[in-house]
Design a binder for this molecule. Structure first.
Ligand SMILES: C[S@@+](CC[C@H](N)C(=O)[O-])C[C@H]1O[C@@H](n2cnc3c(N)ncnc32)[C@H](O)[C@@H]1O
Length: 339
């Protein structure tokens, strides 16, 4: 149900992703948050369509995966990938019946307009991946972004905006309830594809940069990256001597997670070691890197590496904890634990 980047094909196919229901309509939801929309919306169909959800936040992904499991929705995949590369490279041309966007980040400051998802380039890409007559369904409380999206859709030349009532499920998402609590009203529009432009797969020059692949101030995950700071190392600053004793070890984390610290590698450029960990939690298996860096003041930072876009799960935190414990067993002193 949770798909990593490497598990997709480029482009992929409904018959591979949904082998039991390849001919059912296929819905993509962008920014599903904690995943409340799909279980409720899916119930309004006789045969539940195939579902692909894209979300940047790993914490939200885990919450949504739990909801889908509880709702027993089998033909659904969730992924922690930015929507634009997923739509451009994974979704085949003319495959989707609808693309759902509920309460997208509005990026209200004029200088951040480039970060908005619903721009003309997005609409051209969306139209190329929708079936004829398929639609992008937008629900938002943000009037200015709503008008912006309508203008951009018209400018794309391939979408016809049709205003109407949102699906009830779109008014029950986490953000819908938040804005209703503040007295704000949601607007809804269906952008119906009127043409199918050719947006090829693998042609990265054809489409503007994904807003989220630009250098944003900080990722929502940054504050939660599991880490530890250690006061000192037992054998001075000689990392090699310390890691000469490194052994493979397995730990049992919470929620039936298993983490195995497989090996350690030394950086040739910096005073740093990287430990490779294998983490298994139910259907989700991840190989993650944990960096151990000697800092200027002699302290040591143990921190999950960003390489490969790991999903921060209890098992990944257990892996960082297991490495920290090992360093403490070697004689390091803990200053701060952040996992
Ligand atoms: C304001 S929240 C709304 C969440 C949910 N739809 C709801 O109504 O509760 C916007 C969500 O979109 C996600 N997001 C923003 N840009 C994205 C992108 N390019 N691809 C996937 N998700 C994205 C954010 O991580 C965030 O969870």
């Amino acid at each position: 149900m949770i798909m990593r980047l490497g598990e997709f094909q480029f482009p992929d196919a409904a018959r591979r992703l949904y082998p039991e229901t390849p001919t059912l309509p296929w819905v993509l939801e962008i920014g599903f948050g904690d995943g409340r929309f799909w279980p409720e919306y899916a119930r309004t169909f006789g045969s539940v369509p195939n579902y692909l959800g894209a979300e940047l936040s790993g914490q939200s992904l885990l919450k949504a995966a739990r909801r889908l499991r509880q709702a027993n929705l089998g033909n659904a995949h969730l992924t922690k990938l930015p929507a634009l590369p997923l739509l451009r490279e994974v979704v085949p041309a003319g495959a989707l019946s609808s693309i759902i966007v509920n309460f997208p980040d509005p990026w209200p400051k004029a200088e951040h307009e480039d970060h908005r998802l619903l721009r003309a380039g997005f609409f051209r890409l969306a139209a190329s991946r929708l079936k004829p007559g398929g639609a992008v369904l937008l629900t938002t409380d943000h009037d200015e972004y709503f008008d912006f999206a309508v203008r951009e859709a018209q400018a794309s030349g391939v979408m016809r905006p049709e205003q109407g009532e949102p699906p009830a499920a779109a008014l029950h998402t986490k953000y819908a309830l938040k804005w209703q609590g503040l007295g704000l009203r949601a607007q809804h529009v269906r952008f119906v594809a009127t043409a199918q432009p050719d947006v090829p797969h693998g042609d990265l020059t054809h489409f503007p940069q994904d807003p989220l692949s630009q250098d944003l101030p900080h990722s929502p995950e940054d504050a939660r990256v599991p880490h530890a700071i250690l006061e000192s190392l037992p054998v001075g600053t000689d990392f090699s001597a310390l890691f000469a004793t490194f052994e493979r070890r397995a730990v049992r984390g919470p929620e039936a997670a298993t983490a195995v610290l497989l090996d350690a590698y030394r950086s040739l450029r910096r005073d740093e070691f990287t430990v490779l960990a294998h983490v298994v939690e139910g259907e989700l298996t991840q190989e993650v890197l944990i960096n151990v860096t000697l800092r200027g003041d002699g302290s040591v930072l143990v921190r999950l590496g960003k390489f490969g876009g790991p999903i921060i799960t209890p098992g990944v935190k257990a892996a960082v904890g297991a490495l920290t414990d090992w360093l403490v067993e070697q004689g390091s002193v803990v200053r701060h634990l952040g996992y």
